[in-house]
Design a protein around this ligand. Structure first.
Ligand SMILES: [Zn+2]
Length: 424
């Protein structure tokens, strides 16, 4: 009897997956062809059949004035556009490689009537010379098509994603969403992912990139982790990713590694020091002055990669927080951690001192993002705003169908060599 119950349950689950799956909106070939016929003539708000169409791309050194003169536009009209429509279309900012269209009269005079400049795949600028010469911006029709994707990692995340024919942008997005919870440099073979997002299509056919991920599932080392995009603060339009228990996936850094301190020297790439004859000596850290013996805290969770004494740095500690961020704390009197230790945000990792190159007691706090030293005070650091208590009921209601949708996506295996050799 037990066995039958199990079987029945499976059937129900599969059925619910089938039922709730939205009908696929991916344009089918017949639709695409139909649309191509439709759009062949109507494009950018013009019936292209009414004109002789000259299609080209901007070349290095092209000037708008010369191009338009070539197509027989009268100079006063060109001048008017360059003077009166600078905000809409800056004639000095034609970018090499951008496509453009010139719509000319169909008669033998071939005088340019309209110039259409593609700012990007979606946005374009129209300069209409027909009457008094006007310029305006417009957008092509963009259709959003929901897409589900999944993969199992064999070699790398980007390989798994490319194998499913998914935009590379999604790899980047996934690693940003999970930057705090998964170390993307330490992914394991067999880690799995699923994503739901929207792709943009111009005129239903031309791919124009994808929108941010709406829902994701990542299984790292056998541990599943959901992520749902949710507008945390509708006033500020902030979208954060939360898991299925409403925990924010992002973690923030402490503003400073020491309490009750003052900044004695900021990150400054053009700092000049009298001692060095006013030569530029970039300061890639932020100095926090505090009395000797003041505790220094780890600004975020991470693993100690260095705890040693070296030259001008004196006694210092370096912490790796994830694949993106590392921090370092110099001139300690003494360290409180050793290499390999895992530290939590706020843990005391050492005490303010004057070891190494320093004029007074302070900690020089250094901050790396993707291997480059940056100014943490200027960095847009991930804000780990917790989800407000009153938003939770709405959140759970919001993610319920998305979670079901994710659960229904089956994992796509990467085609292996073995499979390929079975093919005739
Ligand atoms: Zn410093």
């Amino acid at each position: 009897m037990q066995k039958y119950w199990g079987a029945l349950l499976v059937v129900i689950l599969l059925a619910s997956c089938k039922e709730e799956k939205p009908t696929p909106e991916t344009p089918v070939l017949a639709d695409i062809q139909k649309n191509e016929e439709l759009h062949e003539t109507r494009e950018y708000g013009f019936n292209l059949n009414d004109f002789r169409v000259h299609q080209d791309t901007v070349r290095k050194g092209d000037s708008f004035g010369e191009l338009m003169m070539e197509h027989k536009v009268e100079y006063p009209k060109i001048y008017k556009i360059s003077q009166e429509y600078r905000d809409t279309f800056d004639v000095r900012k034609l970018r090499a490689g951008r496509p453009y269209l010139v719509l000319k009269t169909k008669d033998t005079s071939e005088i340019a009537q309209v110039f259409i400049y593609q700012n990007d795949p979606i946005n374009y600028t129209v300069i209409d010379f027909r009457d008094s010469a006007v310029a305006y911006k417009n957008q092509r029709d963009v259709k959003y098509v929901e897409r589900e994707a999944s993969g199992v990692i064999e070699t790398s995340l980007s390989d798994a994603i490319l194998a499913q024919n998914i935009d590379y942008y999604i790899t980047h997005e996934l690693s940003e969403i999970y930057a705090w919870t998964i170390d993307f440099f330490r992914l394991q073979k067999g880690d799995k992912f699923k994503v739901v997002y929207k792709e943009k299509y111009i005129n239903d056919t031309i791919y124009a990139g994808s929108e941010p991920i709406e829902a994701a599932y990542f299984e790292h080392n056998g541990t599943p982790l959901y992520a749902f995009a949710y507008e945390n603060d509708s006033l500020k339009n902030i979208v954060d990713y939360f898991d299925d228990e409403a925990n924010n996936l992002r973690r923030t850094f402490l503003r400073a590694p020491v309490k009750f301190s003052r900044i004695s020297s900021r990150y400054n790439l053009r700092r000049r020091i009298r001692y060095y004859g006013y030569r530029v000596r970039p300061h890639k850290g932020t100095d926090y002055a505090a009395p000797i013996g003041t505790p220094i805290m780890a600004t975020a969770d991470g693993t100690v990669t260095e705890s040693t004494r070296k030259g001008g740095n004196g006694k210092y500690v370096k912490i790796r927080h994830n694949g993106t961020y590392s921090t370092q704390y110099l001139h300690m009197r003494k360290q409180n951690v050793k290499r390999g230790d895992f530290v939590r945000q706020g843990d005391v990792i050492g005490w303010i001192g004057m070891t190494g190159n320093t004029g007074g007691p302070h900690v020089c706090y250094r901050f790396w993002r993707n291997g480059r030293q940056v100014d943490p005070l200027r960095e847009k650091l991930p804000a780990a705003e917790p989800l407000a208590e009153e938003l939770r009921p709405d959140y759970f209601e919001f993610i319920d169908p998305k979670k079901k949708q994710l659960d229904c996506i089956e994992f796509q295996q990467q085609p292996t060599e073995e499979l390929i050799t079975f093919n005739p």
